[in-house]
Design a protein around this ligand. Structure first.
Ligand code: ASP
Length: 334
């Protein structure tokens, strides 16, 4: 029997698994087994259990895929797997990792990785990222971190990480709080630990609530808001600055917030949504007083996912508000 730590590697597709040519473009074709087989030095660092779970571009993944994947991971952890690696398209890693982390109650690390350069290009980064992710997933130092994103030898918390560049191999950053740690000479070093909210229940498979995201832009009169909200169960507003919208939006948002949860966040990409600074119509104080929920330091994309998962399992609007606020406040304190 092997004494190496057991690590589950689940492939979902993405650039890391794409091949093709200049004429037709690259598409996901490689299995998770192919990816593992292409990494020099991977053999021996862990006892790998490899599964091709999906083979899709990042943009094609759904919450349903992640709910199913969370079930697979939970079964693996219950069976003694010490950590998991997910390979997937980088386009949606900042969102999928957040969902996987919210649904994971255990101490086993889940390391999500991918590649910015596909395997047909010079300097493809997939093999190095996969090796680093396996090292993190197998490391006792990463226990308790929850779900992390490992690319370019950096370890990012799922709740903080953003894709902030279209093509750089260092596309992932954590604008609020910075990375949790780094790999050096192949060894993970964790320098700070994120607050982990209590895990949410895995929602039932099936149609999920519909949560929209709408961004404030200069001169938008907000006339589309009631139309959009009519088909939604929840809404996230990515406001200007610390959480501001044009005054003309206020009556619309006040009416919508009486019917469904509306979360107020910032479109800036980093920092906290304010709660008590500005006093004019459409400013954060006004909107929160009219029933909007503060997103704290969570970015609009993650707020949308959190609201969606809460709506899928909470039993009342009050419970959604309380749970949302509890999670984002706890993040603020860390
Ligand atoms: N650009 C993406 C990637 O890095 C494509 C995708 O998300 O599937 O994998």
């Amino acid at each position: 029997m092997s004494s190496s730590p057991r690590v589950l590697v689940a492939g979902l597709g993405g650039t890391i698994a794409m091949t093709g040519d200049a004429v037709g473009g690259v598409t996901p074709t490689l299995s998770a087994r192919d990816l593992v087989g292409a990494v020099p030095g991977l053999d021996g660092s862990a006892d790998l259990e490899v599964v091709t779970f999906r083979n899709q571009p990042g943009a094609a993944l759904t919450i349903g895929d992640l709910v199913e994947l969370s079930g697979l991971l939970a079964r693996g952890f219950a069976d003694g797997v010490v950590g998991a690696v997910i390979t997937q398209g980088t386009d949606t890693i900042e969102e999928t990792a957040y969902v996987l982390g919210l649904l994971h109650p255990g101490d086993e690390p889940i390391a999500v990785t991918g590649a910015m350069r596909n395997p047909t290009l010079a300097g493809a980064d997939g093999p190095a990222n996969l090796l680093a992710a396996v090292r993190v997933a197998a490391s006792p130092e990463a226990r308790g971190l929850g779900c992390v994103v490992v690319l370019a030898d950096e370890i990012h918390a799922a709740g903080r990480v953003r894709k902030t560049h279209t093509s750089s191999v260092a596309a992932f950053t954590s604008p609020v709080g910075g990375p949790l740690g780094y790999l050096s000479e192949g060894r993970p070093h964790v320098l700070n630990r994120p607050h982990r909210p209590r895990a949410l229940p895995i929602p039932p498979v099936g149609p999920s609530p519909r949560v929209g995201l709408y961004t404030a832009t200069l001169g938008d009169d907000g006339g589309l808001l009631p139309v959009l909200a009519a088909s939604l169960d929840g809404l996230v507003i990515a406001g200007f600055g610390v959480g501001h919208v044009p005054a003309s939006w206020v009556p619309h948002l006040a009416a919508i917030a009486r019917r469904i949860p509306v979360v107020l966040t910032s479109r800036t990409g980093a920092g906290f949504t304010a709660t008590s600074t500005y006093g004019y119509p459409g400013a954060e104080r006004d909107l929160l007083a009219r029933g909007l929920i503060s997103g704290g330091a969570l970015d609009p994309y993650k707020c949308r996912l959190l609201l969606q998962l809460l709506l899928a399992t909470a039993t009342s609007a009050g419970e959604v508000r309380e749970a949302f606020t509890g999670i984002t406040r706890a993040v603020d304190r860390k």
